[in-house]
Design a protein. Structure first.
Length: 394
């Protein structure tokens, strides 16, 4: 199956904003820390296969959050979520993740892989040249059936692959076995993603360094977080943000067991932004509407991936947008995905919007050990400014 492509040639210095996203779920190991026992050096080595590097790390008792040269990595004791944009080779990390599972006495039970349609799939590298190529690569490492689903219509397709491999080990006392392990371990930890392109010009400017004069590093990232409205959207969240040169923005947020991540490609010819979280509050219609308003896109594709059969989203009404009918797809036995596309009723590319309410609150900077930039970024990465330390939004 070939992925849709724009008919025109890509603009000069084009950057593919839509991310690939890999979720890998492991059976329980003897160690409560599981995968979190591996440090930054281990993950940096694994990420070389995906052609991206670590910029900064922030941790909580529940998970480690890594800002990357292309998006984000979240490491839980028995779950990994890796999200990369550009021409990264995300699926090439699978062999090393399988090795990590063996190292902790575990095995991979469930893999979910998906992405919004690429604007220019012909620019992608192996194994991401086509949906069929991605599926074939995933099938190479697992005995189970790789389930394929495509949600949405032309121009807003969301591609999903899923493979299930329940544990064959005998259950220990008090511990479920097989599919029950997957269901009980991850039930309720649904993941909401909103992928948006065609951002308004005003929003694009908010994520460009030129808008902020001489600000750089920590001050620049903090100002972007505040003036964009993200600080107000995420009260009580520990925000670890990064401003790119000459434009662009990434953010990881941590609150208890919940993660939040935002990535913005603000070049007007191919602007894109994404918001993702496992916080169930963000399925509420008023918060979905708020996220979309913050970026004023021409189109927003929202998906909810669950770790159990059945998937449902409430009815949404976003001012200024038309919502398509929601779709629901079963991903094998223990997971499903549902999605809906919102299309702006006006051309938002040059329309001023109220999406970026300035926040004038004083933001408390949290002192923590500075990890600093990793190795030199690969050619597809933007040059990064000085790293921004995380902040706690009151």
């Amino acid at each position: 199956m070939q992925m849709q492509s724009f008919t025109s040639s890509p603009p000069a210095e084009y950057f593919e904003g839509p991310e690939k996203k890999l979720e890998v779920y492991f059976s329980e190991s003897a160690s409560e820390r599981g995968l979190m026992q591996f440090g930054e050096e281990t993950w940096a080595g694994i990420l070389e296969a995906a052609a991206c590097t670590i910029l900064h790390r922030q941790s909580s008792p529940s998970f480690d959050a890594y800002l990357l040269s292309e998006s984000s990595l979240f490491v839980f004791p028995h779950r990994v979520i890796l999200k990369t944009c550009g021409c990264t080779t995300l699926l090439l990390v699978l062999p090393q993740l399988i090795q990590l599972a063996t190292a902790i006495g575990s095995q991979i039970e469930l893999v979910q892989y998906g992405h919004l349609r690429y604007n220019y799939p012909e620019l992608q590298l192996f194994p991401h040249g086509s949906f069929d190529e991605e599926r074939a690569y995933l099938q190479r490492y697992f005995n189970g059936t790789v389930h394929t689903e495509v949600l949405g219509q032309e121009g807003s397709c969301w591609y999903m692959l899923s493979v299930e491999q329940p544990s064959e080990a005998p259950p220990s006392e008090g511990r479920p076995h097989g599919w029950d392990t997957v269901r009980q371990a991850f039930a309720g930890d649904d993941i909401l993603e909103i992928a948006m392109d065609g951002l308004s010009g005003r929003v694009c400017d908010l994520y460009s360094g030129d808008t902020y004069g001489s600000l750089a590093g920590l001050e620049l990232a903090r100002d972007m977080t505040a003036r964009s409205g993200l600080a107000e959207l995420l009260p009580g969240v520990l925000i670890d943000s990064w401003a790119f040169e000459p434009c662009g923005y990434s953010m990881n947020g941590l609150r208890e067991q919940y993660y939040y991540t935002v990535h913005v490609t603000p070049e007007r010819d191919f602007s894109y932004a994404s918001f993702e979280t496992n916080d169930p509050r963000f399925r509420e219609p008023q918060l979905v509407e708020r996220v979309i308003e913050l970026f004023a896109p021409s189109q927003a594709v929202m998906t909810l991936t669950t770790r159990r059969g059945g998937c449902a989203l409430p009815a949404y009404s976003v001012a200024g947008f038309e919502a398509a009918q929601a779709e629901v797809k079963q991903l094998g036995v223990c997971a499903s995905v549902c999605g809906v596309c919102f299309t702006s009723k006006v051309d938002s590319l040059d329309t001023a919007s109220s999406a970026s309410t300035a926040s004038t609150e004083t933001l408390e900077v949290v002192e923590e050990e500075h990890v600093g930039p990793g190795r030199e970024s690969p050619p597809v990465a933007r040059e990064a400014r000085e790293p921004a330390r995380p902040m706690l939004v009151a």
